[in-house]
Design a protein around this ligand. Structure first.
Ligand SMILES: [Zn+2]
Length: 248
């Protein structure tokens, strides 16, 4: 069963960008709360952030106190989801701000700290995982995540352009003990990308489960990235989570 990592503070509007908009997570809470257990994260520590980012970058975000608290909480949410995946169940971190455009020393695209990357770095530092496969199905390329891991032979970053290629790509992976997913839903037909249907997110979830069943059962966590149509975001996340459970 998928666990959802969430904190009430993620409802806060923290900047003026589309990821931070008031009410953005409401449909996700409506869809997921009847189905799944929720876990509350703790804020990430400075050490957690500095496994990925420079001190200058850490300090730059800290100059905006409300944003800083939420960025640390989103990072903590990704860590909680990753630890849950390693110890027991798949997990979805319903967090914001997103993270995949955050590089070690800079960021853009509504991102500040790279939630997914610092969760992976923490587990690797603790010797809990070795080979990690990152699937990013957001509309946008996760340049931050790519930069962070480009010289790390143990972490593979794959950005999905079309659901058609997923089957073959995941099938080629032969070694992996954790799958980390940048789950952005802005490629949906009723969102910015105008490409994927809601059932495609279920298909993506099922393909990931097929891969983890083969290589590392249940060891998968996802972190919310984009997705800006408040009306459809929740249904898309629910379908993805159901796919992760192997549902049709
Ligand atoms: Zn995006």
């Amino acid at each position: 069963m998928v666990k959802v990592v969430f904190h009430e503070m993620f409802k806060d509007e923290y900047t003026s960008d589309p990821a931070a908009r008031y009410g953005r997570l409401d449909s996700a809470l409506n869809e997921l709360s009847p189905l799944y257990d929720f876990i509350e994260p703790e804020i990430a520590t400075e050490d957690d952030i500095l496994r990925v980012h420079t001190k200058d970058h850490f300090d730059m975000v800290s100059e905006s106190p409300h944003l800083f608290t939420l960025a640390l909480l989103a990072a903590g949410g990704a860590i909680e989801a990753a630890e849950n995946a390693i110890n027991s169940d798949p997990a979805f971190a319903l967090v914001r701000p997103p993270g995949h455009h955050a590089s070690p020393d800079n960021c853009w695209g509504f991102c500040w700290y790279n939630n997914l990357a610092l969760a992976i770095r923490k587990l690797r530092a603790e010797g809990k995982v070795n080979k990690v496969f990152i699937l990013d199905f957001d509309l946008h390329y996760g340049d931050g995540t790519y930069h962070i891991f480009s010289r790390d032979p143990n972490v593979t970053y794959f950005h999905m352009n079309s659901a058609n290629t997923l089957y073959y790509t995941l099938d080629k992976v032969t070694e992996c003990d954790l799958v980390a997913i940048s789950a952005g839903f802005d490629r949906h037909v009723e969102d910015w990308g105008n490409m994927l249907r809601t059932e495609d997110y279920k298909y993506i979830g099922r393909e990931v489960k097929r891969m983890t069943d083969r290589l590392c059962p249940n060891k998968v966590f996802a972190v919310l990235e984009g997705g800006y149509n408040h009306n459809v975001l929740g249904n898309n996340i629910r379908n993805f989570c159901e796919g992760l459970e192997g549902k049709h």
